[in-house]
Design a protein around this ligand. Structure first.
Ligand code: LLP
Length: 400
C-alpha cells in the first residue's frame, strides 16, 4: 500500500512553514526503491538515482542511506552527491555536451563518467589511455518517451554517440587502448512500454562483442509513474522478467551487471507542492483560481503540458465547480484548464501531487519572486530542509 501524506498533515505543514512549499515524504522514496530492488532481485542490478530530478541535500543523504547509488548530469551534481556522503564509487556522471575539463575533474574525484561525444572520447583516450575505466553514452535511434521534449534516444536527439558511428568509436578506442567498462543508453522519460527497454537491449547486444572489457550495461532511467488516475505505469515485474530473459539468453551479456538510472520513479510521488489561492476571478466564460505560484515554481504543466492532480486541502469534499488554475506570473502560467474541484475560495490551500521530480529542481526566480521552501517528512516529523528565498537572495551576486 503506497504511503501518502494526508490532507490534514499537508495542511499542518503549510500552516507551519507557509506557502508555496514543496513537501517530500522520505519513506515513500524508500518504498519506491524497494519496489525496484524487489522486482529485480534475481538479476545483478544496480540502481543509480538520477538526481537531476531532485537534489536537495537531505533527500540525497536519505537516498544514500537507503542504499541506492546516484547518477549525475553535471559536475556540480557530482559534488552535491559527494557532499551528501555518497562515496565516489557509488556516483556516476552521465554527461552530455560538456567541456572536457568537467570529465577531468570527475576523474580526479574517482567518478565513472559516461562520455557522449566522439571528441571527448578522443580527448579521454589521449589523456588516460587504458588507465581509467569509462562508459560510452550511445544513442540507440529509438523513438520513445512521454513527449518529444523528453524523448532522448531518437535519430534527431543530441544525446549520446549514435550507434551507427560504431566504427568511429572503435577506431578511437583502439588507437588509445581505452578501457571501456560500461555501455549506456537512455531512450527517454515516461517509458511505460517494456518493449522499449527490450529494443534498447537488442541494440546494445550487437555492440557488446566489440568491447571485451565491459563490466556493465546501463539502460538509463525513464520508468513511468502514474500522474492521473487513468494514467499507467511501467510494470516493474514484467520489465524485470523481460530484462532477465534477454540477458540470460546472450552469452556475452549474461555476466554483465545491469544498471538503471531512475529519477521520476524514485521521487515523483513522494513530492507535494502546496500553494495558496490569491484570487478567484469569475468571468463570463471561465472561473480562474489564481495561486501564489507559477511556472517559476512548477514548470511541468506549461513546458510539457503535463498533468498534475490537484486537490483543495481547505475544502476537500464540497460540491464541485470547473476552474482554470493559474499562477501570478506575468506570462500565461496555466497549471490546469477546466479542472473540476470542490468550490475554491480565496485563502484555500491547493496541493499539486507528483511534484517531487523536476519540480523545485526546475524552479527559477522569474518575475523576481522567491523560490519556495522545501520540507522533508521523515519518521513522522516535518523538517525544513531549504529556506524560502528572501529579498537578499535576489541581490546576491549582483555587482553594484
Ligand atoms: N538518465 C539520464 C541519462 C537522463 O537523461 C534522465 C532524464 C534520467 C536518467 C532520468 O529519467 P527519469 O527516470 O526521471 O524519467 N524534466 C522532464 C524530464 C526530463 C528527463 C531528462 N533526463 C520532466 O519533468 O518530465
Amino acid at each position: 500500500m503506497a504511503q501518502v501524506l494526508s490532507p490534514q498533515q499537508l495542511t499542518e505543514i503549510a500552516r507551519q512553514f507557509g506557502t508555496p512549499v514543496y513537501v517530500y515524504h522520505a519513506e515513500r522514496i524508500k518504498e519506491q526503491y524497494e519496489k525496484l530492488t524487489t522486482a529485480f532481485k534475481d538479476s545483478n542490478v544496480l540502481f543509480f538515482y538520477a538526481c537531476k530530478a531532485l537534489t536537495n541535500i537531505s533527500v540525497l543523504k536519505y537516498v544514500c542511506e537507503i542504499g541506492a547509488n546516484v547518477d549525475c548530469s553535471s559536475i556540480n551534481e557530482v559534488k552535491l552527491a559527494l557532499h551528501a556522503g555518497f562515496p565516489a564509487n557509488r556516483v556516476l556522471y552521465t554527461s552530455n555536451g560538456i567541456a572536457f575539463d568537467e570529465i577531468e575533474e570527475a576523474v580526479s574525484l574517482g567518478i565513472t563518467v559516461n562520455i557522449d561525444s566522439l571528441s571527448n572520447l578522443e580527448k579521454f583516450g589521449k589523456r588516460y589511455g587504458h588507465s581509467y575505466p569509462v562508459g560510452l553514452r550511445l544513442r540507440p535511434n529509438i523513438m520513445a518517451g512521454g513527449n518529444l521534449k523528453i524523448s532522448t534516444g531518437h535519430e534527431k536527439s543530441k544525446f549520446g554517440i549514435p550507434v551507427n558511428q560504431l566504427e568511429e568509436i572503435k577506431a578511437i578506442v583502439q588507437a588509445h587502448n581505452i578501457l571501456v567498462s560500461n555501455l549506456h543508453i537512455h531512450t527517454g522519460s515516461e517509458l511505460k512500454d517494456v518493449e522499449v527497454f527490450v529494443k534498447g537491449i537488442e541494440v546494445l547486444f550487437d555492440i557488446i562483442p566489440h568491447f571485451p572489457e565491459l563490466k556493465s550495461i546501463d539502460l538509463g532511467g525513464g520508468f513511468k509513474v502514474p500522474y492521473s488516475d487513468t494514467d499507467g505505469a511501467t510494470d516493474m515485474n514484467a520489465l524485470a522478467k523481460a530484462v532477465k530473459e534477454a540477458f540470460d539468453s546472450h552469452p556475452q551479456a549474461k555476466n554483465l551487471q545491469i544498471w538503471f538510472e531512475p529519477g521520476k520513479y524514485m521521487v515523483s510521488e513522494c513530492g507535494y507542492f502546496i500553494t495558496e489561492v490569491n484570487v478567484i476571478k469569475e468571468t463570463p466564460s471561465v472561473t480562474f483560481a489564481g495561486v501564489n505560484s507559477g511556472f517559476n515554481h512548477l514548470i511541468r504543466p506549461m513546458f510539457y503540458d503535463s498533468y498534475h492532480r490537484i486537490a483543495n486541502l481547505s475544502n476537500p469534499d464540497g460540491p464541485v465547480k470547473t476552474y482554470t488554475i493559474t499562477g501570478n506570473i506575468c506570462e500565461t502560467d496555466t497549471f490546469a484548464n477546466d479542472r473540476e474541484l470542490p468550490v475554491i475560495s480565496e485563502g484555500d490551500l491547493l496541493v499539486f501531487y507528483n511534484a517531487g521530480a523536476y519540480g523545485f529542481e526546475m524552479s527559477s526566480n522569474f518575475n523576481s519572486r522567491y523560490k519556495p521552501a522545501e520540507v522533508l517528512v521523515k519518521d513522522g516529523e516535518a523538517k525544513l530542509v531549504r529556506k524560502r528565498d528572501v529579498f537578499e537572495d535576489l541581490l546576491r551576486n549582483q555587482v553594484f
